[in-house]
Design a protein around this ligand. Structure first.
Ligand SMILES: [Zn+2]
Length: 445
């Protein structure tokens, strides 16, 4: 790729990135007057300082939930949605270089946040700087929005959307090229029911993971359950005193590709115990990760079928809890699906609790934003990969008319959230160049 716009700012951008990486902006809710801790606040202040040096005007939310920086004039606002918090470095000793030292080795810059999301944020900021240096004039307002809680609960963007006007459209440089235009809605629920004096089971997995283990240890019934598991073709570990059913663990968004051990366990236990939670799972989810018994066929061309993952099953003497992670197709009506689920739960005497909900991301492929971004990306890279539809969740979904656009190119391994997170300098510079042309096409022409 020829760096026609960004050549002169590459080194400045790299220097800025190093400075940003040196701040461990990890959530810390203890002993700070700021909502997400002193380091995230320090990072927010540094971010806005960088923006001022680049000639932008800045604003910091007095409560410390977010900040923004603006440049250009116009009736429309294009948002560039970034976040400056990072996940912890975890096992620091396992890193080749200190996670907050921004070391360059063999063409890669190492450090927590290089991919997610400080590298992409700096790339888009210096893309604007390159346009300013080239004498471009923006006929729209460009607003960089800096979130501070993306790695946890997105409380920053809840506050932002509460206090600030909507942008006309925008992109989030916090994912992969070419761009993500559709992401399923995410609905996580808990169903509460009665406990049991006859048996107990404790399967407490994460919502977003298809459980590959489910345990039953009422000793006197284990042999009987194993015989039943054999009859059904369910796998289990060879253990004497308990039944440990095994499945295949995948991300909940791909539930149809996994084998849910908890569903299989409920299917077996239901033969011996009359219990609401067991009946609910066994009747509705065996061999059906799309929960068609409850919802019917729910699917669309852009995002595929609804998926349902039974993530937890807890039965104690006092209560039972079933936790479900649902991924809703982008055109589905959430309220209708919630009503269906509540009705089904009520039939079994279970009480519905909404645990978390993230609305879907969906910008139609013929939208001018997508057309422009794709045209720029394809023209510069020659890569004609199709736009991405996914069951995962990027930050782009916190705003209307917003897609995720870069910054990772297809040849670069995903290292975000991992030990030795790094971004090839080449990827960093390429992203900057792509952003410069995209921002120019969206706000100058
Ligand atoms: Zn991110």
């Amino acid at each position: 790729m020829a760096y026609t716009l960004t050549k002169n700012v590459q080194e400045q951008a790299l220097t800025s990135l190093k400075e940003w990486i040196s701040i461990p902006s990890v959530l810390n809710e203890t002993s700070s007057k700021w909502p997400f801790g002193d380091e995230i606040q320090r990072m927010l202040e540094l971010t806005l300082r960088t923006c001022e040096e680049l000639g932008m005007t800045t604003y910091m939310d007095p409560e410390g939930y977010y900040g923004y920086a603006e440049i250009g004039e116009g009736t429309e606002t294009m948002a560039i949605l970034c976040h400056i918090d990072v996940v912890p470095a975890e096992d620091e000793a396992a890193w080749k270089f200190g996670p907050f030292t921004a070391t360059i080795d063999e063409g890669k810059i190492y450090g927590r946040g290089t991919q997610d999301d400080k590298g992409p944020t700096i790339a888009s900021l210096y893309a604007v700087k390159a346009l300013v240096d080239a004498g471009e004039v923006f006929n729209k307002k460009i607003r960089f929005i800096f979130g501070t809680d993306e790695e946890n609960l997105w409380r920053c963007m809840d506050k932002y959307n509460e206090k600030e006007p909507e942008a006309t459209y925008g992109f989030a440089p916090d994912s992969d090229f070419p761009l993500t235009y559709a992401e399923k809605g995410l609905l996580q629920v808990k169903l509460h029911g009665p406990g049991s004096k006859d048996f107990q089971t404790h399967n407490d997995g994460a919502f977003n993971v298809v459980p590959d283990k489910a345990v039953y240890n009422e000793k006197e019934k284990v042999a009987e359950m194993k015989a039943l598991a054999d009859a059904r073709g369910y796998s289990y570990l060879d253990q004497a005193d308990e039944l440990v059913l095994t499945g295949v663990s995948v991300h909940a968004k791909d539930a149809q590709d996994g084998v849910n051990a908890v569903v299989n366990l409920a299917d077996l236990l239901k033969e011996h115990y009359e219990h609401e939670a067991l009946a609910f799972i066994a009747d509705n989810f065996v061999n059906d990760p799309h929960a068609k018994q409850i919802f019917g066929e729910v699917a669309d061309a852009d995002s595929g079928a609804l998926t349902a993952n039974i993530a937890k099953l807890l039965v104690t003497p006092d209560e039972s809890v079933v936790a479900i992670d649902l991924r809703l197709p982008v055109t589905a009506d959430k309220e209708v699906l919630v009503a269906d689920l509540k009705a089904a739960a009520t039939t079994y005497g279970l009480e519905y609790e909404e645990y978390d909900y993230l609305r879907s991301l969906y910008v139609p492929l013929d939208h001018s934003l997508i057309q422009t971004l794709l045209e720029v990306y394809r023209g510069l890279t020659g890569d004609n990969s199709e736009p991405i539809s996914s069951g995962g969740a990027t930050y782009a979904r916190t705003m209307n008319n917003c897609v995720a656009f870069g910054a990772r190119t297809a040849d670069v391994p995903m290292t975000a959230h991992q030990v030795n997170e790094n971004m090839p300098v080449k990827n960093f510079y390429e992203a900057m160049e792509i952003y410069a042309h995209a921002i120019k096409a969206l706000t100058c022409d």
